[in-house]
Write a protein that binds this ligand. Structure first.
Ligand code: SF4
Length: 429
């Protein structure tokens, strides 16, 4: 592997560490990691990758004992050959890697589920149920005059969102800086919503668990013939005053272009898809007289790229499986949690980050980030290249309208996920 500390000249690339896929970042130095236009999340991502560069710990292993790549591939093949109901989970990869995984899944009859699908499935259920009216990052940057963040501070998962899309000075149209409203976000997490000129965001604090009733109340107020004159039967819902909700509603209706942002993975309660449905229905209603759109945040680890690739190749996002060559989909029974109750082999994939597999008693193959440190060693571990650092690839941006190419910024001796998966597939008889 490359051993110099400074990259000369600095290499520009699309950062794969979150769904914004910022394409203006450049790696200036690797020890310590310095990134031009980077954020703390991107620096952590690259530090994780480069911390493994100068030693030999990233070797394939069987039950924790180092082995060579071919032996590990043979062991993985043997497990899958003997499996009648394998589960391929994690799926932290990009488009090229997922293409190869799909071919192996078709050959083995495996069930596929991404590690962040608990949140993503809520958006899918909403989309299936009634559709939605969403926007793009370009529209946010050039047109948004109001941003309502519900249950998310946005920057925890997408750190440069405000820097690149909200407080940017290079809008295509001469628009003012957007007004920012947080609903269901602690005040101490709303610093990013303070404009460069010091304008404070409107913060309406509430417990995330109360969002279902709060969103229902917002909808009810919207559907009232004249909400300003209607006398509600209570003066607060979910700890939020009706006056605050009416204030938010009037601002949304008056905005030239409002954008509502949510992170489905933050809604950790039963039937959270109904909260998202309330958001999307509110958007549809307001759009009859004004301009407003939604913007769901993705969770990361290639979730959108994996689900898009799965849909291109099978007609379904993950939580799908091939049975006798025919693709099936089940949002509940094909979840990892359900499948772990009955599967007889687990293939766990996590190439961007060193996320560990779930605890299970079935034979486990792990293909992933070279920094993985296991509490319980899997039957087979094969460390592979990190997409966007060690090999080329492609990823879907968080607004799901463009794919961006990933660059290779260093040489690695490790194989790619595609290579390993294809070798396993070709070895299966
Ligand atoms: S905001 Fe996301 S894509 Fe942009 S530099 Fe930070 S981690 Fe990378």
């Amino acid at each position: 592997m490359k051993t110099s500390n400074d990259t000369s000249p600095a290499i520009n690339f699309s950062c794969p560490a979150c769904g914004l896929l910022c394409d203006d970042v450049a790696l200036v130095s690797t020890s310590p990691v310095r990134i031009q236009n980077g954020c703390t999340k991107s620096i952590t991502f690259f530090e994780q990758a480069y911390s493994n560069e100068y030693d030999n710990i990233a070797s394939a292993s069987l039950f924790g004992k180092a082995t060579d790549l071919n032996t590990a591939i043979k062991a993985a093949t043997k497990i899958l050959r003997g499996s009648k109901q394998p589960l391929f989970s994690g799926l932290g990869t990009e488009v090229t890697g997922m293409r190869s995984v799909m071919h192996l899944a078709e050959k083995t009859g495996a069930t596929l589920d991404h590690m962040h699908s608990e949140g993503a499935i809520l958006n899918t259920l909403t989309l299936q149920n009634g559709g939605w009216q969403n926007t793009t990052l370009t529209e946010v940057k050039n047109r948004a005059t109001l941003i309502l963040a519900i249950g998310t501070d946005i920057v925890s998962s997408h750190p440069r969102f405000f820097e690149k899309l909200v407080w940017n000075a290079d809008s295509m149209f001469d628009k003012t800086s957007p007004e920012i409203i947080y609903l269901g976000v602690p005040k101490e997490n709303t610093q990013a919503g303070i404009s460069p000129s010091g304008t404070q965001p409107l913060v309406v604090e509430a417990e995330i668990a109360k969002l279902p009733e709060i969103m229902n109340a917002l909808q009810a107020l919207m559907n009232s013939k004249n909400p300003l004159h209607k006398k509600p039967s209570t003066d607060q819902v979910g700890g939020v005053s009706i006056a605050s909700l009416l204030n938010i509603l009037e601002k949304l209706k008056a905005a030239q272009y409002a954008v509502v942002v949510w992170a489905a993975g933050n809604f950790k309660y039963a039937h959270a898809e109904l909260t998202i449905q309330s958001i999307t229905q509110l958007i549809v209603k307001i759009n009859k007289t004004s301009r407003i759109a939604g913007l769901p945040l993705n969770a990361g680890d290639g979730d959108l790229s994996v689900n898009n690739t799965s849909t291109w190749l099978s007609g379904f996002p993950t939580r799908n499986r091939f049975t006798h060559g025919k693709a099936e989909y089940d949002a509940y029974y094909f979840s990892s949690a359900e499948q772990l109750k009955s599967c007889d082999a687990l293939l766990w994939i996590s190439t961007f980050n060193a996320h560990l597999p779930p605890a299970t008693g079935v034979p486990t193959i792990v293909i992933g980030h070279p920094n993985m440190q296991f509490e319980r060693e899997p039957d087979v571990f094969i460390p592979v290249c990190i997409p966007g650092i060690d090999h080329l690839g492609a990823m879907a941006r968080m607004d799901n309208v463009v794919s961006l190419p990933l660059k290779k910024v260093r040489e690695s001796t490790l194989p790619t996920l595609s290579y390993v998966i294809t070798q396993i597939k070709d070895s299966l008889t």
